[in-house]
Design a protein. Structure first.
Length: 346
């Protein structure tokens, strides 16, 4: 049988065309139906970053490629990632409750001195009522659906000089990230200074500040002990909660099956966030050792002294006043927290 070169060429060309057609068809089939940007905060080394950076892969897998997420830490300022979702500037974000605690103090319960003293207290209150409470707040006041939440590594105080006594706070310029810690620092004789995380290292180097409260995991990743070698855990604002948000209108437009797939993926992320929490703390401590520093934990009596009414009253009063302004009984809310912790009337 004789096959002409002309017919062979036609066959090759036809097969190639078919191949291109199939490839193009497959590419079209793999195009996501929904493409969202998620604004995040720069926080190297923390569980927050480790998990939020993995959200695109989780959601891509959960939805069989129907939803594509692009993570960005530069589109929106850190203190605006919640408002950006509410206003529709971005469809998703990984926000911090504490950044809006000045607007709604219920978002900053862990900043009240001596109330929530660590991750165990936080989880207990969260599971008792607080998670569902803030979920409703996000929906009603921020037009946002809460898909998952977690907690940053414990807050540590990185300082240029040791702060191992209550009197050591006197005169120190300390970077803080919430109103309640600012009030507490003022009561202790320190000068509270709000400042973005990105400015902390040069501010320490130049002597603009003497110390900084931040996640111990972030501090380790940033190698803050190089400029602030004293790392202390005073249990001051010990926990900072974070949350994965999606604009409520955007969420409502998604097909029901896609919402279910994303919700399941975020439930798994949430479980991992709390299940691996200690791992990140251990890694931070190892980094401190590499840098020649060690985490100093304030004895219980010092933690109780720094959170005593003598120093904490201003923080609580300011919190109560702000709660009253938005129609919330702040004292009753604090008692609800204490009841959840078994500390009624304390």
């Amino acid at each position: 049988m004789t096959i002409s070169l002309k017919s062979t060429a036609r066959g090759v060309i036809g097969a190639a065309a078919l191949g291109l057609s199939l490839t193009a068809g497959q590419a079209v089939a793999q195009e996501p139906e929904f493409d969202f940007t998620m604004a995040v905060i720069v926080s190297p080394g923390d569980v927050y970053t480790a998990l939020t950076q993995g959200i695109p892969e989780r959601i891509d897998e959960a939805t069989d490629g129907r939803v594509q997420i692009t993570v960005s830490d530069s589109l929106v300022a850190s203190n605006q990632v919640a408002g950006a979702v509410r206003d529709g500037r971005v469809p998703m974000s990984a926000a911090l409750h504490t950044y809006i605690s000045a607007e709604d103090p219920r978002m900053g319960i862990f900043n009240l001195p001596g109330l929530i003293n660590g991750i165990d207290d936080y989880v207990e209150v969260r599971e008792a009522f607080w998670r569902e409470d803030v979920k409703n707040i996000w929906k009603e006041n921020w037009n946002a659906e809460m898909l998952a939440d977690g907690a940053w590594c414990p807050t540590a105080l990185f300082s240029k000089e040791p702060i191992h006594e209550v009197a050591d706070f006197e005169g120190k310029r300390i970077r803080i990230h919430n109103p309640q810690s600012a009030a507490l620092m003022s009561s202790l004789g320190a000068k509270p200074i709000p400042m973005p995380t990105s400015e902390v290292t040069p501010a320490l180097e130049r002597g603009v500040i003497d110390g900084v409260f931040t996640s111990m995991c972030v501090g380790a990743a940033m190698e803050l002990p190089r400029v602030a070698p004293h790392v202390q855990d005073w249990a001051i604002s010990p926990i900072t909660g974070w949350v994965i948000l999606v604009n409520a209108d955007t969420w409502a437009e998604l097909p029901e099956d896609v919402r279910g797939q994303i919700s399941q993926a975020m439930a798994e992320l949430e479980e991992e966030a709390f299940g691996t929490y200690q791992t990140y703390i251990d890694t931070a401590k190892e980094k401190f050792a590499e840098l020649g520093s060690e985490l100093w934990v304030a004895p219980k009596e010092l933690q109780e002294e720094v959170s005593s009414e003598q120093y904490s009253a201003a923080a609580f009063e300011g919190w109560y006043d702000r709660a009253e302004e938005i129609g919330v009984d702040g004292q009753a809310y604090v008692e609800q927290i204490r009841e959840a912790l078994g500390r009624e009337g304390s």
